[in-house]
Design a protein around this ligand. Structure first.
Ligand code: SF4
Length: 348
């Protein structure tokens, strides 16, 4: 196992991710989990009976302009079932199909830390009870993380010896766009949440949308640079889809927004990856959403075709994750290390 990790590290530096004999041009989440747990690990999404402060009136009503009734995701789980029941509905199929033995329970919909702490504790312990569950992943907003909840999760890690990942919805670092999206938080809350979580022993996954109508390639690059600078552990890239009945759908129907082409999205993903720290694992490159409740999703192309196009283009161009990751740790000083230039007597 140690030699596998060493080989994987060497490949990270070279920019070619060739873990377990598969050529990859970015660090995939499945390889990351294999390195961490020694085998494939599968996520089990579950729904908690929670809402979101951006929907219930605390921060706003109606939520983010793209958020449908499902709370930002689609799935066939329901909070009417207990967590155990939800796990048991999904796990047998995955076990049978992939011969899986280790699982991550994923609190997926809405804002999963936006509940009283005592209730949250109950769900967390229920999720981690089973020996086959090796990790808990909790999806939440950057403004719904507090020391109290982190103290509790510290205690959970200590008692259960299981890992905890916190998934933070950022969407973009462009705070003007965040305002237009009616997110109810800006970049500052994200930085605050990350610095608090990083003081503990938890991993962070950050979600970003690369084709927001108000963002350009400059924002895409900045997303990647900030995520790298903050040493986020994993990232999920989303393509914006438009759910019927949302304010975003209304804007699209009225022609008030323009969505970029599939080819431009592919360019944005590749540029994002080239600027991304090669240590960061990538959970996905494109959204997965059903066609039925949406006005627009993935340019009528299946998500895996877009993923393949991205990978093929990266191969053709000799592109890889981290190709342009050269901007941290005093970039401007690198050129003067061995220089013996004479400088005039000026003040700086
Ligand atoms: S934070 Fe998430 S759940 Fe809340 S309104 Fe926005 S997308 Fe929906």
């Amino acid at each position: 196992m140690i030699s596998v990790i060493i080989i994987a590290k060497e490949q990270l530096i070279k920019g070619v991710f060739n873990v377990f004999n598969k050529r990859k041009y970015y660090r995939t989440y499945s390889d990351y989990l294999k390195e961490k747990y020694g085998e494939k690990v599968y996520k089990l999404p579950v729904c908690l009976p929670v809402t979101c402060p951006n929907r219930d009136g605390t921060l706003g009503v109606g939520g983010c302009i793209y958020c449908g009734e499902e709370g930002g995701v689609f799935g066939n789980q329901s909070p009417e079932y207990t967590i155990k029941q939800q796990i048991n509905r999904l796990r047998p199929h995955i076990k049978e199909r992939y011969n899986a033995r280790k699982f991550i329970v994923y609190f997926q919909t809405f804002t999963n830390t936006y509940i009283p702490l005592e209730e949250f504790k109950k769900y967390v312990f229920e999720a981690l009870e089973d020996d086959e569950i090796v990790e808990l992943s909790i999806s939440t907003r950057p403004d719904c993380i507090s020391e109290e909840y982190l103290d509790f999760l510290d205690q959970v890690k200590l008692e259960t010896k299981k890992n905890v990942t916190i998934e933070l919805g950022l969407q973009t670092v462009n705070y003007h766009t965040l305002k237009k999206l009616n997110r109810g938080h800006s970049l500052a809350e994200f930085i605050d949440a990350v610095s608090r979580i990083k003081q503990r022993d938890f991993e962070i996954c950050s979600h970003v949308i690369l084709n927001l109508p108000w963002d350009s390639m400059i924002d895409v690059v900045e997303n990647s640079k900030i995520i790298s600078a903050l040493k986020i552990d994993t990232v999920k890239l989303h393509s914006l889809y438009v759910v019927k009945g949302t304010p975003l759908a209304e804007m699209l129907e009225k022609g008030e927004i323009h969505l970029i082409s599939r080819e431009e999205y592919i360019e944005r993903v590749i540029t994002f990856l080239e600027h991304l720290d090669p240590e960061i694992a990538v959970q996905r490159l494109v959204s997965r959403a059903p066609e039925q409740p949406t006005l627009f999703v993935n340019w009528n192309t299946s998500w895996w075709r877009i993923r393949d196009k991205i990978e093929n283009l990266m191969e053709k161009r000799g592109s890889f994750q981290g190709k342009r990751f050269d901007y941290l740790n005093g970039k401007a000083l690198k050129g003067i290390k061995n220089s013996k230039k004479e400088y005039p007597d000026t003040q700086t």
